[in-house]
Ligand binder design. Structure first.
Ligand SMILES: Cc1cc2nc3c(=O)[nH]c(=O)nc-3n(C[C@H](O)[C@H](O)[C@H](O)COP(=O)(O)OP(=O)(O)OC[C@H]3O[C@@H](n4cnc5c(N)ncnc54)[C@H](O)[C@@H]3O)c2cc1C
Ligand code: FES
Length: 276
């Protein structure tokens, strides 16, 4: 979406559909009430404002083209929990898109490995759809996805469709399996050692809890993926989202402006730094 002339002013959007993805995760489809035309890059985020409740950063989970605008949200706290209760038809404020994107064009010509932990699949979904739309431009394509339990698997129908294509190596793992679970069990980082990609010509996109991203980055490095080809998406507390307030500062970076997608060498030593 083209950013509004005033970058901190939300534009009105209506929730036109709502899907419950798991016990605490839901997806909104939103449409602009005015001229705010949707164009964005995979990996970018919007600030969503529920009137009288508050504003939070949320990644865009829809394809960059050809899909309505989607946001997939986990109800965790004082803003996102009341958001979960808003009915279809509610008008919210939306400003964005903000931040850096997954470097899909840079990844073309080589293998692409995508490592998602939990809700991290949502900001990666536009990148996966972008890569599949230009499938011939990539070598091997691997999606390694880990989540808590089978009931927490997001976009299950989409995962099944991706698996059925046959041109994407998809491995899904859960921390706690149920008797009917036929896929993998264990942490997602363990899948990296077995995935079929050529490390020297691989680009990796990683999104999930920070501890998972640190272990995933280290596992990718151990397999021989160049540090500069490993990209993580950081989620730090944000207020302005436009580089004014410093709330999202991590070392020398303002995550809202320099991130959320950053290459591994720029994050060296920073992943252990706690939130402000
Ligand atoms: C760039 C960016 C992209 C994001 N994309 C998404 C997205 O696509 N979907 C989404 O649901 N969230 C996303 N988030 C996280 C989201 O912004 C926070 O979950 C939200 O701000 C929490 O606000 P709250 O007021 O509801 O919770 P708070 O009241 O601030 O927090 C309540 C409790 O939840 C914990 N908490 C806060 N954030 C998280 C979290 N992310 N995961 C687990 N526990 C948390 C807090 O530590 C606290 O204990 C993103 C954040 C950033 C910076
Ligand atoms: S949120 Fe204000 S500088 Fe990043």
């Amino acid at each position: 979406m083209s950013a509004p002339a005033e970058p901190t002013l939300p534009a009105p959007y209506r929730i036109v559909a709502r899907r419950q993805d798991s016990a605490d995760v839901f997806t909104w489809t939103v449409e602009p009430l005015g001229e705010h035309a949707p164009t964005f890059l995979p990996g970018q985020f919007n600030m969503l404002y529920a009137y009288g409740i508050g504003e939070v950063p949320v990644s865009i989970s829809s394809a960059a083209a050809g899909e309505p605008l989607l946001h997939t949200i986990r109800a965790v706290g004082s803003v996102t929990r009341p958001m979960a209760a808003l009915p279809v038809g509610t008008v919210i404020g939306l400003r964005g898109p903000y931040g850096t994107a997954w470097p899909l064009a840079e990844a073309e010509g080589g293998d692409l490995v995508i490592v998602a932990g939990g809700l991290g699949l949502a900001p990666l979904r536009p990148a996966i759809l972008g890569a599949l739309a230009r499938r011939a431009q990539f070598g091997r394509l691997c999606l390694l996805y880990g989540t808590r339990s089978p009931a927490d698997v997001l976009f299950a129908d989409q995962l099944a469709a991706w698996r059925a294509r046959g041109d994407l190596e998809l491995r899904v793992t859960v921390d706690r399996a149920t008797p009917d679970w036929t896929d993998e069990v264990g942490v997602v980082t363990r899948l990296i050692a077995r995935a079929g990609f050529d490390p020297a010509r691989t680009t990796a996109f990683v999104c999930g809890p920070e501890i998972m991203m640190r272990f995933a980055g280290e596992a990718l490095l151990r397999r021989g993926v160049p540090a500069a080809a490993i990209h993580l998406s950081l989620e730090r507390n944000m207020k302005c989202a436009v580089g004014y307030c410093g709330h999202c500062q991590l070392g020398p970076h303002f995550i809202c402006r320099d991130g959320p997608v950053l290459a591994w060498p720029r994050l060296a030593g920073l992943l252990d730094v706690a939130e402000l």
